[in-house]
Design a protein. Structure first.
Length: 223
């Protein structure tokens, strides 16, 4: 299957994903942003991977020096450029995380909202992410907490009802994995998975649960 977020779940459809009627899901989305926001500095240069139409970029722009969002979907990026028109320090770029090229490194790299799953990230992608960090920089990766499973499933059911995703395949949806009958599949990275990624990076790291909805892996690149 080609990239689902490029061909199907992009642009205005992605906007509708976040127009959720579920208060607990809205709380989860904001808690992720707030966790990062509180750790940014005004002079920092920030990169967000899989930025969609710039939802997180817009919220974080006032708290850093410069922020760039990349996404594989041209339609999402074009929507994002308009969405961010009042954010002079923010930019959106069409780019595949598997083929990243930047002239300058970043102080912070973000891979939020279960981005490791969405981007089918492997060890080569993790290394590429760390290579984009400047010495002393920090990378944030997040996945879902096991405590959030029921709300996560309810959110995906809501998306399916809106026609944004295919019908949920309940026979295959279990153990942190959500599968739809149209080919969509989203896995979860457990705390142990994230610790393994942290260990293999060779850099100092920590794993933290936030709001009983997200689990963060934070890697700090030695200066």
């Amino acid at each position: 299957m080609k990239n689902y977020y490029d061909e199907k779940l992009n642009a205005q459809k992605m906007v509708r994903v976040y127009e959720t009627a579920l208060p607990r899901v809205r709380q989860y989305l904001q808690a992720e942003i707030d966790f990062v926001k509180e750790r940014l500095a005004k002079a920092q240069r920030v990169l967000e991977l899989g930025a969609g139409y710039g939802r997180i970029v817009k919220e974080l722009a006032p708290y850093c020096g410069e922020i760039v969002g990349i996404d594989i979907s041209k339609d999402s990026v074009e929507l994002g450029k308009n969405y961010l028109k009042d954010c002079p320090n923010a930019a959106m770029v069409v780019m595949d995380v598997h083929k990243m090229e930047f002239e300058q490194p970043f102080d912070v790299v973000l891979c939020l909202q279960n981005g490791l799953s969405a981007m089918r990230a492997d060890s080569a992608v993790i290394q590429a992410v760390l290579n984009t960090l400047s010495p002393g920089g920090t990378a944030y990766f997040s996945s879902y907490s096991e405590h959030f499973w029921n709300w996560r499933l309810a959110w995906f059911e809501e998306q399916a009802e809106k026609g944004l995703l295919g019908e949920i395949d309940y026979d295959k949806t279990k153990d942190g994995v959500i599968v739809c009958k149209d080919g969509f599949r989203a896995v979860t990275h457990s705390p142990d998975d994230l610790r393994s990624i942290g260990e293999s990076s060779g850099y100092p790291y920590e794993v933290r649960e936030v709001d009983e909805s997200s689990v963060f892996l934070i890697i700090r690149k030695n200066g």
